[in-house]
Design a protein around this ligand. Structure first.
Ligand code: SAH
Length: 255
């Protein structure tokens, strides 16, 4: 049998937010590769399916391992949370292909998309991505904090809605607070900020506040932070979480 490798996005958590195509890729795999907790989400495997769980940090090694299995003829599924192309495994697989043995280029390699955290989080609160937006990972494992600061500043000056992935971790507890401090120098303190934890998982927690009042300590590694643009609005509701949305049309200065 010719080997194949599919990099699969399993979505934000709830099984019904995984696409049927992603489920089919997982069901058809002989070998499942991924970070343990993502593999756990898939439930029981068939007896013929092998599980290769690994740490979340060694992505390139995991990608090479998956490619080696596929070149032995296995049907491999590399599993990622959310979408596999967003701050996740798909880019690591292609980096391994580019730098690896030429024969890896002949493998049948596909990407199955998934609902990324930014979209799941947006849907939990309304329509904050209605206007132009960007996504920035605050993790400095693979890039410098100087680069992250430069991108945050550019995004703030361009008045994008900003989705922040990897807001902080135990190893780097201060980054989200520093990011908010930098954004406060450029954006009005009334700018709407939402922190959505475990979006699309059935255990969601939402905090809707402003840039002036937001507390970075309330976020963790399962939180997606959305910082509004000048066109982001909040609709308060009695006894219910507010809606947050961004106007699609341009808002005039001072309007
Ligand atoms: N490939 C993933 C993102 C990996 S980066 C995706 O497309 O969603 C990991 C970061 O994603 C986390 O630190 C967090 O900021 C965000 N994240 C992942 N799942 C989330 C969820 N269910 N709710 C909120 N944020 C989430």
């Amino acid at each position: 049998m010719t080997g194949a490798l599919t990099i699969v996005g399993v979505g934000p958590g709830r099984p019904d937010l995984m696409t049927p195509a992603a489920s089919a890729a997982i069901a058809g795999a002989t070998d499942l590769v991924g970070y343990g907790p993502y593999l756990d989400r898939l439930g029981a495997l068939r007896p013929q399916q092998r599980r290769h769980a690994s740490d979340n940090r060694v992505e390139l090694d995991r990608a090479r391992h998956a490619l080696a299995l596929a070149s032995e003829g296995k049907q491999v599924a590399v599993v990622s949370g959310g979408d596999p192309g967003v701050f996740a495994m798909a880019a690591a697989v292609f980096e391994a292909v580019e730098t690896g043995p030429t024969k890896w280029r002949d493998l049948d390699i596909r990407v199955e998309p998934g609902v990324t955290a930014m979209l799941a989080a947006a849907a939990e609160i309304g329509a904050p991505l209605g206007g132009d937006f960007c996504a920035i990972s605050l993790s400095d494992n693979l890039k410098s904090w100087t680069t992250i600061r430069r991108r945050l500043e550019a995004a703030a000056r361009a008045d994008f809605v900003i989705a922040l992935y990897n807001p902080l971790s135990k190893a780097r507890p201060h980054q989200l607070g520093e990011a908010f401090a930098l954004l406060r120098e450029i954006k009005p303190s009334a700018t709407i900020v939402a922190m959505v934890r475990a979006a699309g998982s059935g255990e969601v927690r939402r905090i809707t506040t402003t840039l002036g009042e937001v507390d970075a300590e309330k976020a963790d590694m399962r939180t997606l932070v959305l910082v509004g643009s000048s066109a982001t609005r909040l609709i308060a509701r009695e006894g219910k979480p507010p809606f947050v949305y961004t106007l699609r049309r341009e808002v005039e200065e001072g309007a």
